[in-house]
Write a protein that binds this ligand. Structure first.
Ligand SMILES: [Zn+2]
Ligand SMILES: [Zn+2]
Length: 347
């Protein structure tokens, strides 16, 4: 009996990595298991793609009807832009990958900032995740965040986008005359999302290593209750490695067209803004996962949560109220009302 036990212990120790795999597969079926995370991520990506496909098709249909455009509306629109910018590909690329995503970022953040600064409308503040925080937001911290965000956009994102243009023009033609098909662009978005999950998870965990954390990542974590703007409030090195690279590398690898690259940058910026916004609003992706990362520091490092499940870096999250609330809110009742905190013992 004891020999058997020892034998199994030795086998366990000798094949720790394989055992880890088995361990993960053994919890696959349970609720909150790896398989569950994969299914959830597939559901999020899949429904996102379906939504975009439906939205794209119906938008195209409505636009075509409205303007009486014949043929492929988007292709015609692109052809007009292409002709207008003939010989000025770099300018067109910069407009699509810098100006448009930056405007999208500031438009969504301006709306959120209005709520953060004024605490109004109360219809929105009811959805605050960390109820007693940023009520109102600290103006000194906010000014500091604004300065860093503008610095990162002008001096890091801008030059990186220029570098990406030369890299993509060297290997292909990102501003080619023909648009990719809508469905190919959707497949690209799915591939970009997976690549971002992998690169963001591991680079982010690396920045949590004690030797790197205090120099490079502590700044981002000054906000234990983040707001939208904090999504790119980071040390410049972190901004390059963790924020920009995981997003820009996908289109470079796939040699994507400017149209899908531009759409991806806009989606990535809106998505990170939502993850940091501090409000779990109806019909928008749940920000509970990354909000919990800011609250607890050592949990929830990724974007979709697949790698956190694989590496068990979501164990505490899965035991929390925030995990129960980590879902798409499909009613107007705030989740901290429908799933209230459990009163602490002795209260
Ligand atoms: Zn963050
Ligand atoms: Zn972190």
């Amino acid at each position: 009996m004891s020999v058997e036990t020892t034998g199994s212990d030795v086998r366990r120790a000798a094949s720790s990595s394989r055992q880890e795999d088995r361990c993960c597969f053994s919890v696959q079926e349970g609720p909150g298991g790896l398989w569950d995370s994969v299914k959830k991520a597939a559901f999020v990506i899949g429904s996102g793609i379906l939504f975009l496909a439906a939205f794209g098709n119906s938008l195209t249909w409505h636009l075509q009807r409205f303007w009486g455009a014949s043929g492929d509306f988007w292709q015609n629109l692109w052809t007009k832009l292409y002709v207008a910018f003939e010989g000025h590909d770099a300018a067109l690329f910069f407009l699509g990958t810098m100006l448009l995503p930056t405007l999208t970022f500031w438009l969504s953040n301006a709306l959120l900032l209005l709520v953060d600064i004024t605490g109004k409308p109360s219809f929105i503040t009811r959805y605050r995740i960390q109820v007693d925080k940023n009520n109102p937001v600290d103006p000194v911290k906010l000014r500091q965040a604004l300065k860093t965000v503008i610095f990162n956009q002008v001096f890091i994102s801008g030059p990186m986008v220029v570098a990406v243009y030369y890299l993509m023009s060297w290997t292909g033609n990102p501003c080619g005359p023909e648009l990719p098909t809508f469905h190919w662009a959707l497949m690209e978005l799915a591939a970009f999302s997976i690549l971002e999950e992998v690169l963001f998870y591991y680079s982010h965990r690396l920045f949590h290593h004690p030797s790197l954390y205090k120099h490079y990542h502590k700044q981002h974590h000054e906000w234990t209750a983040p707001i939208g703007l904090v999504s790119i409030y980071a040390h410049p090195l972190e901004h390059v490695i963790s924020n920009m690279l995981p997003v820009v590398i996908g289109p470079v690898i796939l040699g994507s067209h400017l149209s899908s690259t531009s759409l991806w940058y806009c989606l990535a910026l809106v998505s990170t803004t939502i993850s940091h916004c501090g409000y779990h609003l109806p019909f928008l992706p749940s920000p509970e996962f990354h909000d919990f990362h800011h609250l607890r520091f050592n949990q929830c490092f990724g974007v979709f949560g697949i790698l956190d499940r694989l590496h068990s870096t979501d164990a505490k999250f899965r035991q929390s109220k925030q995990y129960e609330r980590h879902t798409l809110l499909t009613s107007f009742t705030p989740l901290n009302e429908s799933i209230p905190d459990t009163p602490k013992k002795g209260q």
